[in-house]
Design a protein around this ligand. Structure first.
Ligand code: ZN
Length: 190
């Protein structure tokens, strides 16, 4: 008797509803689009402590991340670049949560968001992620996970660069494992 077996694919879960009755997923969608259209902390810093440029060739996303780090704390964080709504919203939300945090707190944030992208339910409920929780649905789309993680890969690389950085600070490292052509002018076409 298999007549009552569930349909193939992931179990059909009811979307949690907001107090107003709108499905949570559509609120999340709106939040992602809001960050995409009105990105927070977009731009550059006059004197970044560290700068990382990364490219996601699968989708064509680019990020240019700049941080001012002093006394083991990220004072300012800005990003530029272009790409799909997921990558840009992830960058915007990330800068919102990372600004002002200590480096250990930022490492925790990176781990937490990585867990979120692996479908972790505890991460999806963790308030430290703020608006980033709106990206939890991305975990179901493996190709898009790379988009969402691009700014975070840049952030992790920035911390590694900072740790290995010059004693007098002010070092600018532009890392570009793949993508942008080698050249003297690295301004992104914005
Ligand atoms: Zn993308």
């Amino acid at each position: 008797m298999t007549s009552s077996s569930p349909p193939p694919g992931p179990p059909a879960r009811r979307s949690a509803a907001s107090p107003a009755g709108a499905p949570l997923s559509s609120l999340y969608q709106e939040l992602i689009l809001d960050h995409y259209r009105r990105p927070r902390n977009r731009g550059g810093l006059e004197q970044p402590s560290v700068r990382v440029t990364l490219h996601n060739p699968v989708c064509g996303d680019e990020i240019d991340l700049q941080l001012a780090i002093a006394a083991d704390r990220v004072g300012s964080i800005r990003f530029a670049g272009h790409g799909c709504s997921i990558s840009q919203a992830s960058a915007s939300m990330m800068t919102q949560q990372a600004g002002g945090r200590t480096l250990p707190e930022i490492r925790e944030l990176i781990d937490l968001f990585t867990e979120l992208m692996h479908g972790s339910a505890p991460a999806a409920a963790d308030r430290r992620l703020g608006d980033l929780r709106a990206l939890q649905g991305v975990a179901r789309f493996p190709v898009r996970i790379k988009c969402a993680l691009l700014p975070w890969d840049a952030l992790a690389e920035a911390l590694r660069t900072h740790e290995a950085g010059s004693p007098d600070g002010g070092k600018i490292a532009v890392l570009d494992p793949e993508g942008l052509p080698e050249g003297e002018d690295r301004d992104l076409p914005l």
